[in-house]
Design a protein around this ligand. Sequence first.
Ligand code: PRX
Length: 641
Amino acid sequence: MKDTLPVDEKYRIHMTKYFQEYEASIKSTENFWKEKARIIDWFEPFSRVLDDSKKPFYRWFVNGKTNMSYNCLDRYINNEKRNKVAYIWIPEHGEEKVITYFGLYRRVNALAKALLNLGVKKGDGVTIYLPMILEAPIAMLACARIGAVFNVVFSGFGEEALAQRIDDSGSRTIITADGAYRKGKTVHLKKIVDAAIDLSRGVDNVIVVKNTKENIKMESGRDYYYDDIIEDSYVKPEELDSSDPLFILYTSGTTGKPKGIVHGNGGYPVWVANTMKWAFNPGEEDRWWCAADIGWITGHSYIVFAPLLLGVTSIMYEGAIDYPKPDRMWEIVERYGVNMLYTSPTAIRLLMKYGEKYPLMHDLSSLRVLGTVGEPINPAAWHWFYEEIGKSRCPIIDTYWQTETGGFTIAPSMALGMPDLKPGSATFPMPGIMPEILREDGTPAKSGEKGYIVLDRPWPGLMLTVNNDDKRYVDVYFSKYPGKYLMGDYAIKDEDDYYWLLGRSDEVLKVSGHRIGTIEIEDGLVSMKEVAEAAVFGKPDTVKGDTIIAFVTLKEGYEKSSELIDSLKKRMRTELGPIMVPEEIHIVDALPKTRSGKIMRRVIKAVYLNQVTGDVSTLENEASVEEIQRAMDIIRKGTGN
Ligand code: PRX
């Protein structure tokens, strides 16, 4: 492991504290984390900070006993935080609901009791499939309280995707709602759950929150209305080991099924609470709005856990940021006096497209800090956010991280000393994070040279493993450059040591900031009876980052038609969910393949995007130039390009 500082000496003056903390995190790791782990309470202290004897299966805060729900709630109920607002929940339509820390504590206990009554116990899997309503954090905290391992599935996923996650997580209990509101329409969640259960190995309990109050089918002995089973009482929080799993969250990769990323009870809370404090430094009076969905890691870490661990007041918004009108986000900022707004480049680009007129309709002077996550932010969007929204007063905290890292890895730090910001750069690593940019052959890239970003040391927020698949954990993250954590992104470190993230280095798409594996969409397409083969890739989009494009061939006996394309899209929507539906499906006679049978996706993409340059040999390693030329002809013929 290297032992150097991340930033050039010349920044020392205004970033003194950052340097001190960073240096301490690298040079006296044990002491540093011993101190930082005090951000949560421990029922039993840990005997060691880090056990790396089974690397890369690192275990933090060894033998420490704690509980996330206790740390988010019980710590406050006998002090001045008891009546502090935990969430101001804003529905798509209608009036807000306000819940205090004590109110949340009561409701979490009531649901924890109901879960225990149903027989759910420590180590059991629970799938949570809920819209952005207060019952979502309540359900997560209730599971955490009793040591049940929850798995939140984004409510934009369809029945097939849900079934897969129910089975892989071993869930016998589902917490869902009758329906959800989405841009004025109703999504029938319970119906999707019923269909998913039919596709799955089956479940014992389904707890249903009455949200839309629509008519639904309830199966006796299996389905229970939430309100009928909660019980006002106290449930003692389980004393969980640091390395007991807290939750599983599925995310896409290049190959195979989605990976169940497992985060634990000790390292993860220490990481999310410290990173939120370092990067945003929320004050006692601040109102924090993380405008993500709880179904993704951003919602887990920075709507639910970090803000509650720090005792912050959060805004939680049910609806879409541009519904019913394009000024919805700015209206909420004004009405609720939001001080810290954390959102995504996609959201910023969407709102920017509507124009300045909308933010100008509102008083945004409460804003103090802005943040982004999910994709690289392009300088134009950065400037718009900085100037039109923050009125050139609010720093932009561009946070680079991923599901597997638990919390921020590279981001400017309000608490430790802000560097001069460069639009589009996430700046410098958080304490404890040691990034390196490597070339394909593993040698370090020079300053300004693009390479793979890896992290050379473990940090407390690092996932424990991939659920049911320790081997995949090692293969995907620690085998390309043995011993170093591969983030799967390209990056550059510039002459001032700033990090610039350049997007994925694998075939994972970023659609509106959501990580989508091309393989899942291809699997979904070839599972349709008409489709023989499929190749999926991303088309750059000025708002969404990527849009999904699919090329398919049909099985014998099926004819190309626009009705068939519509029907494929419709079925993709039901089975995988709206976010997985390709924007375009092209039916072609053949898909070009290498001799070993691999579909030449990059050739198809280059031809489709009209990006074929002189040297085509770089498009596909496994094929000769003639084969690539032939492949391009096949695609050109198929698309009429
Ligand atoms: O490609 C990077 C991109 O999002 C990926 C992680 O996606 P996910 O696990 O869904 O988590 C998203 C929320 C943390 C990364 O590998 N990414 C995330 N944040 C940034 C980013 N790319 C550039 N700049 C960022 N700030």
